[in-house]
Structures are given as structure tokens and as C-alpha cells.
Write a protein that binds this ligand. Structure first.
Ligand code: CS2
Length: 484
């Protein structure tokens, strides 16, 4: 093992270093959820903003669950390598804005103290869809969500993201400290508005006065975030070491493309992310819908069909001419549900997505994207499917996607090997399917009853549910779907 990446001196010349002085940084942002996506997106955008515009916006991060990433970051003084992979080669960028990492379960009081520190002006989040405690059926708080239930029972010692935000804001209000701006960077539609609703709902149950104070004082900007970021593998650590000359246990890899659209409403200042290429707008919803429906919807479609067909990576699925054509057809169908998006040609956007999915240098596992289907389907596939049907479209590619998810939910691949359905509702799904015969009609009928998942306009449309059942039947029998 070479020396660890703990400082910026003596690195291999192939490593690109932060183009600003880390000495001037002060904690200004607390980021919850320092997973690979944050390290490939939020942190590098902030790194570039510091390089192009100066400022002292340092980031502290906190993990609400596991400790590995936080420990590795602390051992490396917050430094890590971002590999940018393309067919032409791999570049290594060492990313500089992270100052310190916290692990909430180890020191919950410590995290609350950071949330209360007036120096922290933004609390950003990449915690994945399932951490919010969002009930897709009502749009409000899911009172059965384990963290939400636990935190409502003891709001001063939270463990989940909503509980921490509310307790942090409550402490600021009590001490007359200006609020931070919560900034959601997860793949939820109107993520800021969703977060606001959940925070207000939670706060209202704890203290109605607090709810009012939050409503009056705290902005919740929505953001659209985009960068394909596969989970790190041995190849990531090996290439990071080769390109920097240092061992880096927090290295991540990603694609060249990145996009960030942010609503410009901050209580207390922000880094100049626009200097790093972020688009600051008044309303992000058109961009979010475009990305969730065209990129993520097609991604989920390819992940389920690809996984059950035996393809390990999205790039392999894209080599299957039929599946690639289906993905493009789905992107066009998704585009048809969208209002015009300022400055974007949706045909060109679809072509660009096809190229990004096909990037041979990116090994993005279908199994990774297939995770958490119950949390992803509503915004990616079910809402646009309902809109497509309402406008007279058959929503056929959506029926394929839903059938593919249902086939995947059986938990057994073509070779009769079983796999773990990584989904917070996996146990419910298993119970629902336990005694159901393995045919399209029976399996789809069972899964359509999963509470709160499918909107009534879909389950009430018999032509569409029949279409799903027929397609699922073909998939269960390992037959060929009409792809073109
Ligand atoms: C993917 C996303 O894992 C998934 O569900 O669809 O993580 C996707 O790669 C990103 O949203 C791209 O920005």
C-alpha cells in the first residue's frame, strides 16, 4: 500500500488538484449523506465554485447510518479522488472542500451541535428517496416510517433526517440564531417542496409555533441533480492510486457529464455554484420532471429488463439493439408528457442520454439502479404513465417498465437463482406474492394492491393493467417482448 492521501503535496502529476487554498475554508455547509453521489456532484461543484469565484465555503459531512466513508474521509483530512471516466481515458481530480466528517449514530449530540452552529448556513442532503419518510400516496409524512415514528416519539434525540432538521431548526429558533437553508439533492420531484412539507408536518406535530417560524423564515429551494455515479469498486481504488500515487479509500468514479439546476432562494448566502456551471433558476420543476422521467425512468426500465435478461451493466444493456431502441422509445414517450423546458431541446437531450448510458468506461450495475423500486417508480414511471393515459396515449413503454419491475420483484432470475430485492418494502412484497401463482395476471393483480404505490387512475384502467399482465406473462415465460 502506498502512503494515504492526506495532503496535497507530492502527488503524481497526473492528479488534478484543488485550484484554491484550503487554508481559508471555514465550515459553512453541513452535508447529510456523504455517499458516492455527493462526492461526484455537490462536492466537486463546490470545489469548482471555490476555484473560480473564491470564498470560504468549507463542507462538513455527516453520515446518518454507516461510518466507513466518514472514517475514511477523516483519515484523509477530507481529501478524496474523483475519477472521471470516458472512453478516451480516466482523469483523477482531488476534491478539496471537505473539512470534517461526523457519524450521527456515534455522536448524535455532536451532530445537533453542528446543526445549531450559526456558521453552518446550508444543510444539504443526499440521503436517497427512502430516507425522507415520504408517503407517495398522500405526498405527506409517512407516520409508519421507522425514523419518522421514532423521532416523533422523542423529537429532541432524533435519528432520521427530518427529525435532525427539525430539531436543528428548533434549537436555532430557541436561541435566536438565523436558520440554515435545507437543500435537498435527491431524485424526488420538487425535492425542496417535498422536504418543506415533511419538515412542516413534522414540526407541527411537535410544536405548532415552530412550524410557523419555519414557514416564515426557512426557504426550501428545489434542485435537479444529475451525474451517473456507479458504486466504487476495486477498480476505482486501484486507478485512483495509480493516478494520484496515494492510497485513497474514499475514491469515487463518475462520468464527464454533470448538471445541476438550483432554485436561487437561500436564507443565508451560498457558494457561487453558477461559476462552476450550475444553473440558478426561479423554478426547477420543468428540469426535474425532464430528468426524472427521461433519464431515471429509462434507467429503471433498462435496469429491470437488463437485470432479468442477465446483463450486469447498463452499457451492456445498451449493446442489445432491441433494449436500446426501447429505451429511446420510452424517452420519447416521457418527453411527450413534459412542458417545454427552458433552453433544452428534448430530442437532443434524449440522444445525449443514449450516449451517456452507452459510455463504455462506466460500469453502472443494473442491480444498483434496480434497488428501492417502490421508492423510485412513482416519480419516474407511474406519474408520467397516468398523465400519458389521460392524454390518450397507451403508455405502452410504461407497461413494459412496470411489468419488468414486477418480474424483478419475484426475486429469481432466468437461471432460477434468487437474489435479494433491496427495497424497504421487500418484506411486504414477499408476503403479497407468497401464495400467488407465477403468471402475469396473478402476480400483477397482487402487486397492484401494494398500498399507496399505484395511483387509482392506473389500476382502474383495465386496458393498461391487462397490458401489464400480458407483458409480465411474457417475461415470466422468458419470452420476447415487442421492443421496437
Ligand atoms: C439511477 C440514478 O440508481 C438510480 O436509480 O437512476 O442514480 C442516476 O444514475 C442518477 O440520477 C443520474 O443523475
Amino acid at each position: 500500500m502506498t502512503e494515504r492521501l492526506t495532503r496535497l503535496t507530492g502527488l503524481a502529476p497526473s492528479a488534478k488538484l484543488p485550484a484554491f487554498s484550503r487554508d481559508v475554508l471555514k465550515p459553512g455547509i453541513l452535508h447529510l449523506g456523504p455517499g458516492a453521489f455527493f462526492r461526484a456532484h455537490f462536492a466537486p461543484y463546490t470545489d469548482a465554485a471555490l476555484a473560480f469565484a473564491g470564498g470560504d465555503w468549507g463542507i462538513e459531512v455527516a453520515s446518518l447510518r454507516t461510518s466507513d466513508v466518514a472514517d475514511h474521509l477523516n483519515e484523509q483530512n477530507g481529501l478524496y479522488t474523483m475519477l472521471v471516466r470516458d472512453t478516451g481515458g480516466t482523469e483523477a481530480h482531488v476534491i478539496g472542500p471537505i473539512l470534517k466528517a461526523h457519524v450521527a449514530p456515534r455522536d448524535p449530540a455532536g451532530l445537533l451541535a453542528r446543526l445549531e452552529d450559526p456558521a453552518i448556513r446550508i444543510v444539504s442532503l443526499t440521503v436517497t428517496e427512502k430516507a425522507y419518510g415520504f408517503d407517495a400516496a398522500t405526498g405527506g409524512l409517512d407516520l409508519k416510517h421507522a425514523d419518522i415514528a421514532a423521532d416523533l416519539a422523542s423529537p429532541h434525540t432524533p435519528r432520521g433526517v427530518i427529525g435532525y432538521l427539525v430539531e436543528g431548526l428548533a434549537r436555532r429558533r430557541a436561541k435566536d440564531i438565523a436558520p440554515f437553508t435545507p437543500l435537498s439533492c435527491d431524485n424526488l420531484p420538487s425535492n425542496g417542496a417535498v422536504l418543506k412539507r415533511l419538515v412542516l408536518d413534522f414540526a407541527g406535530r411537535v410544536d405548532p409555533g415552530l412550524r410557523q417560524w419555519i414557514e416564515d423564515n426557512v426557504p426550501f429551494p428545489s434542485t435537479m441533480v444529475d451525474r451517473i455515479t456507479p458504486a466504487s469498486t476495486d477498480a476505482t481504488y486501484r486507478d485512483a492510486e495509480q493516478l494520484t500515487g496515494r492510497t485513497d479509500l474514499a475514491a469515487i468514479e463518475t462520468e464527464p457529464f454533470a448538471q445541476w439546476v438550483i432554485e436561487d432562494r437561500f436564507a443565508n448566502g451560498r457558494p457561487q455554484w453558477e461559476k462552476a456551471g450550475a444553473l440558478m433558476v426561479e423554478d426547477v420543476s420543468a428540469y426535474e420532471k425532464m430528468k426524472l422521467r427521461m433519464l431515471n425512468g429509462a434507467h429503471s426500465l433498462l435496469a429491470y429488463l437488463g437485470y432479468i435478461a442477465g446483463y450486469e451493466f447498463i452499457r451492456d444493456v445498451m449493446d442489445d439493439v432491441g433494449l436500446a431502441a426501447l429505451a429511446h422509445r420510452h424517452m420519447n414517450a416521457a418527453a411527450a408528457t413534459l412542458d417545454p423546458v427552458p433552453g433544452i431541446d428534448l430530442d437532443a437531450y434524449a440522444d445525449e442520454l443514449m450516449a451517456r448510458f452507452a459510455n463504455k468506461a462506466i460500469a453502472h450495475r443494473t442491480y444498483q439502479i434496480a434497488m428501492d423500486g417502490t421508492q423510485k417508480l412513482p416519480q419516474r414511471l407511474l406519474e408520467p404513465a397516468a398523465e400519458a393515459l389521460a392524454s390518450g396515449d397507451h403508455a405502452e413503454t410504461y407497461a413494459i417498465a412496470v411489468a419488468a419491475w414486477m418480474r424483478y420483484a419475484l426475486g429469481v432470475d432466468r437461471k432460477r437463482q434468487s437474489y435479494e430485492l433491496r427495497d424497504p418494502r421487500a418484506a411486504e412484497i414477499a408476503t403479497l406474492l407468497a401464495d400467488v401463482p407465477r403468471n402475469g395476471g396473478a402476480v400483477s393483480a397482487a402487486l397492484f394492491t401494494l398500498p399507496g404505490l399505484f395511483p387509482d387512475v392506473l389500476t382502474g384502467n383495465l386496458a393498461w393493467t391487462d397490458d401489464v399482465a400480458n407483458k409480465l406473462d411474457i417475461l415470466i415465460q422468458d419470452g420476447k417482448l415487442p421492443l421496437f
